[in-house]
Design a protein around this ligand. Structure first.
Ligand code: ZN
Length: 135
């Protein structure tokens, strides 16, 4: 299997991006922008630290999976995303290795990346995302 290339971003579930923004700016993360992702019923605040982004996920609807996460576990680390080449090939390799995928085909995420989530039961409790940046 091809190794992952880098940590692309770290997803953090928050009740309010606006309330947490001063903390992340205080530690030196550079605020980029906020994107609405209606399909996931979240708004996402992006902060850059070196080559890695933080993705603050704020639910916009009680039926959002992030709202369920906050209810069950409270705010905190939500997922880790790795950069890969050739996402369809990586998904096929993982499935061949018996890994359960939430996304069996790539979908478009923020920043025009192709993304796919592994099922947390197949990734030892850490929700794991693979990202293929645009060319
Ligand atoms: Zn993500």
């Amino acid at each position: 299997m091809q190794p992952v290339k880098a940590i692309n971003h770290i997803g953090i579930a928050v009740a309010s991006i606006d309330e947490q923004r001063p903390f992340y700016e205080e530690i030196g993360a550079v605020f980029e922008n906020i994107e609405d992702v209606p399909q996931q019923k979240v708004r996402v605040g992006f902060f850059k630290i070196g080559d890695v982004r933080l993705e603050l996920l704020e639910p916009t609807d009680p039926t959002s999976t992030v709202a369920a996460f906050l209810e069950k576990r409270g705010p905190g680390l939500h997922h880790v995303a790795y950069t890969v080449d050739d996402l369809p090939a990586r998904i096929a390799e993982l499935k061949d290795a018996g890994v359960r995928m939430i996304d069996e085909t790539p979908r478009t995420g923020a920043h025009h990346m192709q993304i796919a989530f592994l099922h947390p039961k197949s990734s030892h409790g850490v929700l794991t995302e693979l990202c293929q940046p645009p060319e």
